[in-house]
Design a protein around this ligand. Structure first.
Ligand code: ATP
Ligand code: MG
Length: 204
């Protein structure tokens, strides 16, 4: 029976080894039975026209996670109309998994700071625990200045090997016709190549 679950939210445009490593490190450190990757539908905090289609991002997330039996993917945010809010996703997981011992929301150092600006963030901390992993270029120090004690009580910090990889950099590289091999799994490199995602338009 699944009782310890981690939610790995992201835009995954595209998914890369930074995402996979943090999920695996969190899985092991917190003895999670399952890490559920949840690609954002329409991210509330990113401009819609700059983001690839939900179906492409979901397909890539499935491909990248299929070799790990403890990783799964959820369409919950993709299939829900309107902007994606984490609180709605967490509430839905609580309803779906009736025997939960622990529910964690896994984030990087940049994302945990953003959460302080989210709608209903105080309700989020009542609904789950947070795992904040280290990320090159971002400091977790400001969190203790910005967040109140109640929030910090619900955050666990997890140092992981630094991989200075971002989806933004991968998109820029493709635009500039530079290689993205070894930044994300080969299956993702192939998917991007076959679909033409992130390539500059011919007129440019
Ligand atoms: P973008 O550049 O488009 O914002 P991204 O690489 O930041 O993409 P997201 O989908 O925005 O990827 O991030 C999903 C989650 O993964 C966030 O919590 C983010 O902090 C975390 N994350 C992404 N890349 C890394 C990394 N290299 N190391 C640690 N955490 C990461
Ligand atoms: Mg990001």
């Amino acid at each position: 029976m699944i009782s310890r679950v981690g939610i790995m939210g992201g835009t995954f445009d595209p998914i890369h080894f930074g995402h996979l490593l943090m999920a695996e490190e969190a899985r092991q450190a917190f003895a999670l039975d399952e890490v559920v990757f949840v690609p954002n539908g329409r991210p509330a905090h990113k401009k819609a026209y700059l983001v690839s289609s939900p179906e492409d991002r979901y397909a890539m997330t499935r491909l990248a996670t299929e070799s790990n039996p403890q990783f799964t993917c959820s369409r919950i945010e993709i299939d829900r109309p309107g902007p994606s809010y984490a609180i709605d996703t967490i509430r839905a997981f609580r309803e779906q998994y009736t025997h939960l011992d622990a529910l964690y929301f896994i984030t990087g150092a940049d994302a945990i700071l953003q959460i302080l600006t989210w709608r209903e963030y105080d309700k989020l901390v009542e609904a789950c625990q947070f795992i904040a992993v280290t990320r090159p270029g971002f400091s977790l120090e400001r969190l203790s200045e910005l967040a109140d004690k109640n929030f910090l009580d619900h955050v666990s910090f997890l140092p992981i090997p630094g991989l200075d990889i971002s989806s933004t950099d991968i998109r820029v590289r493709i635009h500039q016709r530079r290689s993205i091999r070894y930044l994300c799994p080969d299956s993702i490199v192939d998917y991007i190549e076959d679909s033409g995602l992130y390539r500059p338009h011919e007129m440019e």
